[in-house]
Design a protein around this ligand. Structure first.
Ligand SMILES: [Fe+2]
Length: 289
């Protein structure tokens, strides 16, 4: 079976690693561009570019683009909502894609608002046939509008819906097949959800079609005590913990080499610490794939 992103996307070199691009690191990256590194930029941070103007952020991104490949990662496409796709949002995203020429563009398999309101959170969906049909139709429309395939990422969950008719891995796999899109597999999110909801994360990996996986995310999470026991929160505020590294190794065994990216969004450390996490991923990928 063809593995990983080989079928889907123009791959990076196997020695390259991805890091989440965050404003506190702009200076370090521009002053001393790290070798064999690509960056994932949050699309909405650079989308004020309708008239080709934009602010400092897009100018910095264009400078970084001179030395590094970029992928774009959206957080408010709102693909799972009953709202129609926002043409205003998609026009601005398309404009940014034309300007930055990312290797690919991704967003989340979730909903983020309704009736035009953005709730600024990645909210999970009930996994039903009705939702499946709805999301597939929206992804097909969006991909047609953008003129390119996208990748969709699994989000963390803390609760399940009583009326879900299938497991998350079945829903994600079926979405990718029917909408002909890629999967951005967040290993930390799988681990967080497995602990919160009580499933085996290896079962999740075993049911993902390898040829659809175009990118992997790794990140840290926090552990909180609640009245109902321990809850893992997808905080992205610390190094990747050992159980997530272990699950990453299991993913690489199943999917082969996949472009891998470290996310760190809160309590952001010096760039060298983020880069060291990337090195660890690179080394693990080399010895496992
Ligand atoms: Fe992620």
């Amino acid at each position: 079976m063809m593995k990983g992103s080989q079928m889907f996307l123009e791959p990076f070199s196997k020695s390259e690693i991805g890091l989440g691009l965050r404003a506190p690191h702009y200076s370090a990256i521009l002053e001393s561009p790290p070798k064999q590194t690509w960056f994932e930029a949050i699309a909405e941070n650079y989308m004020g570019v309708e008239k080709g103007t934009g602010g400092r952020a897009i100018r910095v991104l264009e400078k970084i683009r001179c030395n590094h490949d970029i992928v774009l990662h959206g957080v408010s496409l709102n693909i799972g909502s009953v709202d129609e796709p926002s043409e205003n949002y998609l026009k601005r995203l398309k404009s940014l894609i034309a300007r930055i020429e990312p290797k690919w563009t991704s967003d989340h398999l979730c909903w983020t608002g309704v009736n035009g309101e953005n709730l600024h959170d990645l909210l999970p969906l009930p996994y039903t046939e009705e939702v499946l049909d709805h999301v597939v139709e929206k992804i097909l429309w969006v991909q047609d509008f953008l003129g390119r395939r996208m990748l969709f990422e699994n989000v963390s969950a803390y609760l399940t819906f009583k009326h879900s008719q299938m497991e998350e891995w079945e829903f994600l796999s079926e979405i990718s097949r029917r909408a002909d899109c890629g999967i951005l597999l967040d290993i930390n999110n799988i681990y967080v959800s497995s602990k919160n909801l009580g499933f085996n994360p290896l079962t999740y990996l075993d049911h993902i079609p390898p040829a659809r996986v175009g990118q992997i995310h790794l990140a840290g999470h926090s552990i909180q005590k609640t009245n109902h026991g321990i809850c893992l929160i997808d905080t992205h505020d610390r190094p990747v913990p050992e159980p997530v590294w272990a699950l990453y190794v299991e993913a690489v065994k199943r999917f082969g080499w996949i472009p891998t990216l470290i996310e760190w969004d809160a309590s952001i450390p010096e760039f060298s610490i983020l880069a060291a996490e990337g090195e660890k991923a690179r080394n693990l990928m080399e010895v496992t794939s």
